[in-house]
Structure formats: C-alpha cells, structure tokens
Design a binder for this molecule. Structure first.
Ligand code: SF4
Ligand code: SF4
Length: 366
C-alpha cells in the first residue's frame, strides 16, 4: 500500500511521525488476515435492514449482509486560500506541503485560513517539524486555539522552539492584514500595534479539512452538524454511536481529529460493534406505531419522514412498518395527514385522556 505522507522527513520530525509509521505497519498486517476483505475504489450504494441484519450494496455490484457498520470515511483538504501568488515565492497549501514531504526554503511563513483547533494542530505540528529541521518559521493567526492538554503542550513547545506567532485583527479576511511582495511579507500585528516585515521564501496556507460525509450520510440516513460532520448519539454517553443502533462512527468524519484521537475512536467503535455482535439476540423495548389500513391512502409522507427507513410501501397502497427497524421515534405519526398511524402505548386517545384528567384535577383543586 502506498502511504504518500510517510517519507523519512515526516517520520523523523513530525511529533506523531514514528507512531504513525508503527500503526500503519500494524494495519498492513491486519489486512493480510484472510477474514478481512478490502474493496478498493468502491463506494456504498445502498443500505437497508436494521441492527444485526444490514444489507449493503456496493458500487461494484457486490452485496453484503453485515451485523454492524462503522463509518470512518475521514476528511479531505479544501483549498480556501484566496491568493494568486507573488513573484519568486514558493506558495502552497499545508496539505501540498505535507504530501510533498515538507520540502521548503529557509524562511517559511504559515498563514492560518482555517481557525479551527485541529487544523491549527496540523499547522503547528508541521511548523515545529520545520523549525526542528533548522528553518526560520513565522505563523500568522487571528487567534491561537489550543483545546485540550495535548494542544496546550504543543503550543508551549512551539514557543520554546522559537517559532514567531503574529496575531492579526479578528475582523474580516486574514489576507487583509498580510501583504506579500517578492521575498518580503508585511503583517499587521495586534500585539505590537503596527506592521512587522519578515523575509520569506515559502508561504504555506493552512486550509481546512472537510468531512467526507455527503454520500454516506445520505445512504445511511445519518445526521450531520452545520460543518458536515456526522453527529454522534450523545457526546459523552455515546460518542461513537449514531441514532441508528448498529451504525458507529469514528475519526475525522465525526469531528476534527488528530491521528491518536482517530485511532482511539476506531478502537471504541470496534468495541461497540463487538458488544452488539457477541449477543445471540437483541431485545427491543420500543413502541412501534399501529397502521389503520382503512385510513391509509398510500401518500408515502410517512416513508419520507422515517429517519430509519423502517416504512415501506407503494403509492396508493397501505404502507408496512418493519418492527425490527423501527426505533419508535413517532415522526411518522405526526406526519400522517389522515390519522392512519398511532403509537401503540401513546395513542391520541390515551394522550387526550391524560390531558383531560390533568385538567379535571386542577379544576377540582380550585
Ligand atoms: S402518511 Fe399516513 S396515509 Fe400516507 S402512507 Fe403514511 S400512513 Fe398512509
Ligand atoms: S416511529 Fe415511525 S418514523 Fe419513527 S422509526 Fe418507527 S416507523 Fe420510523
């Protein structure tokens, strides 16, 4: 397997470089196991079924029956740098820099276009690697973000190593405060309250990572946050679970993640899947809606509303609910304009009777 980022320089100087090399070697050994099947260059076309019994169709036509699904599709770099270049300067994004093996001139200027803690961690780790290799390194940020102890330590190491951090105003585009003219960069620094000029021969834009979640969230009907990351069931009680039992998430598709964090999440998701698969059977404790076929006109609004794909039907015919796939959320009941659906233990009659009883009790107290 080709691993483009892993040249000798990266392994030697990046703080996690040696560890990444070890982990990749372990992973290559796992792939040799005859019980592990890898489909390269393949996407997932369709997934049906429920916990312990998913049916997956791949883009190469292969169909699989699986008990659990772990989504670890990662994130990809996005080029948001709005800069067209300057004479004599070597200009690149951070992802180009890493994939080319950290090859730069002697005076390197990093410009943070992302502003996210994990993206800054990539930038500072890379800046530190270059500094350790004897380069002069300057970093332009609106704010330094060090969420988590490991990033605090990284920040201290960056300062100790002699990397110059220049902080520009928070308002507007960062490039409003940086001008690049041949080999001189002029930066507005809010700490000094004026312009700072430095000699540079390489400019590196720290551009963001975006999760590879478009297709997978559609096929698996998984929720995403405003940045496109897949959402967990609960950040503390179910960090690698999703709202669909049997589907788990790990790594950069879930949140901005470093290598160590992504590996830990992979272990956690595998453990959760194992807990599920080691059982002989699963007891479901959800209330499944009842359908009144005489009222159902087959408009299929409930099919669209069901986040778990539990309702199947054809236009004009009464629909059917798969009790194994249903999670009892009640979304379909609220959506049906014909009153054809009712929750087993929470029927309209039962709720109205409870409201009536509560009102009567409060009237009697007066
Ligand atoms: S929304 Fe109601 S009427 Fe329409 S298909 Fe579903 S159950 Fe039938
Ligand atoms: S209650 Fe209705 S919408 Fe919710 S999972 Fe069950 S069938 Fe789907």
């Amino acid at each position: 397997m080709r691993w483009p980022y892993l040249n000798d320089f990266v392994v030697k100087y990046l703080p996690e470089g040696a560890r990444i090399k070890d982990m990749i070697n372990k992973l290559l050994k796992v792939l040799e196991n005859p019980r592990v099947k890898v489909y390269y260059g393949t996407t997932v076309k369709d997934v049906t079924g429920f916990t312990g019994n998913f049916h997956v169709v791949l883009s190469n036509g292969v169909e699989l029956d699986v008990g659990a699904i772990i989504v670890a599709t990662g994130a990809s770099p996005v080029n948001t740098a709005n800069y067209n270049g300057s004479d004599g300067l070597n200009v690149m994004t951070i992802h180009d820099l890493v994939s080319k093996g950290l090859s730069t001139g002697n005076d390197v200027l990093f410009i943070d276009m992302c502003g996210k803690p994990y993206c800054q961690a990539i930038m500072f780790n890379t800046a530190l690697a270059l500094r350790r290799a004897g380069k002069n390194v300057y970093v332009v940020v609106k704010d330094v973000m060090t969420v988590g102890t490991q990033y605090e330590d990284l920040y201290r190491e960056v300062r100790r190593a002699g990397i110059t951090i220049l902080r520009v105003p928070r308002e507007g585009d960062v490039m409003n405060y940086v001008s690049l003219n041949h080999d001189i960069a002029v930066i507005r620094d809010v700490e000094l309250g004026g312009d700072v000029s430095v000699h540079v021969d390489t400019v590196v834009f720290n551009t963001p990572m975006r999760p590879n979640s478009d297709e997978v969230s559609r096929v698996l009907r998984l929720s995403r946050d405003q940045e496109g990351f897949l959402m967990e069931a609960h950040p503390k009680l179910g960090p690698v679970d999703t709202m669909t039992p049997g589907i788990f998430i790990a790594g950069a598709v879930r949140a901005h993640r470093g290598f160590g964090e992504a590996v830990l999440e992979g272990y956690a998701a595998a453990a959760r899947a194992l807990t599920l698969l080691s059982r002989d059977y699963i007891i479901k404790e959800v209330s499944v809606p009842r359908i009144d076929p005489s009222k159902c006109v087959g408009c299929l609004l409930c099919v669209k509303a069901c986040p778990y794909g539990a309702i199947k039907g054809e236009p004009g015919k009464p629909v059917k609910i798969d009790p194994a796939a249903c999670q009892g959320c009640g979304a379909c009941v609220g959506e049906c304009p014909y009153g054809a659906l009712d929750m087993d233990l929470l029927s309209d009659d039962a709720i109205l009777a409870q409201v009536e009883a509560a009102l009567l009790r409060s009237l009697r107290r007066r």
